[in-house]
Design a protein around this ligand. Sequence first.
Ligand code: NAD
Length: 346
Amino acid sequence: MLEDLIRTWDGEEVVVGYDEPSGTWMFVCIHSTRLGPAGGGTRMKPYAEPSDALRDAMNLSEAMTLKMAAAGIPFGGGKAVIAVPELPSGDERRRILLRYADLASSLGTTFHTGPDVNTSTSDMDLIAERHPHVYCRSEANGGSGDPGPYTARGVYHGLRASVRHAFGSDRLDDRVVLVQGVGDVGAPLAELVASDGARVLVADVDGDRAAALAVRIGAEVLAPESAIGLECDVYAPCALGGTLNAESIPRLRCRVVAGSANNQLHEREDSDRLRDAGILYAPDFVINAGGVLYAWGTESLRWDLDTVETRLAGIGETLAEIFARADAEGLGTDAAAEQLARARSS
Ligand code: NAD
């Protein structure tokens, strides 16, 4: 199965590691280095099968190629997945991360990484002990720190551009926004839209986290399992990917989908399903580029924070261009975004 996936992939390179004592698989997938070194996060997660982890790394890596190109950052796309039997802590976590760092550094300057699901700025400090190309180390260690608030700001600009396209105005004070997953990105996003006067609904499998945020910003808490079918203007998926699929799309009761999760569409056809349902979809790899713009911008491209903010606002402008292209050519917004990314990278 692993062999089949690698043989049929259109990316450039896959590096595989296996840590015998813990039973951990490690996959570094380099999708493209055409625009520059491959950039992408390091995800740590249990998977049912190693092939599921490899497939995830490949899909996420391809999305990074599109994300970098659409955002106008001179990097290619890559992604690493550390497929652990269960999330490790303490010395075992350190040992696995250092082993992974050796694997990443065996690629020389090809792979530049940062945090992703279940990896943090302190994990980046550790990986940087062995691999020099690491973003978002803690600020105490000279890194740019947590990218979450910047990703949230980029999503906020993208969400407003989407609302403008769907409703003719980007005012949020008479809109209902449902944020699914209120972690590093979802929580600051919920706060931003609440401060613009939106009615905010939040859902998280961590009920305490959702409740604490709701009290702080004046939001309402929903049960996570029923959230997706609730009536709202904007659904912002900010947990894990794959929530937009043949089963869930008919249940959506929103006009706009605009959130941070990576790989929100389960399959390519879901973009058309959304369009046919009259729902405007802000392609994930465009709207969630804020963290990369911040980290790669400040650490590699010497941008100051004013430049970062201008580029975050640019996410809204890029989405407006994508929506116009999709309307003019009768395309799903995902296909229009891919066209734009490919044009920007050629
Ligand atoms: P996080 O782990 O900090 O937060 C995710 C939240 O979602 C958690 O509170 C978790 O309890 C909740 N959750 C998980 N499953 C859920 C479910 N089924 N229903 C409701 N809530 C659920 O992650 P994050 O950094 O905020 O990232 C969120 C998403 O955005 C991820 O898909 C990530 O890949 C993507 N993303 C994040 C960044 C970033 O800068 N952090 C950048 C780009 C994309």
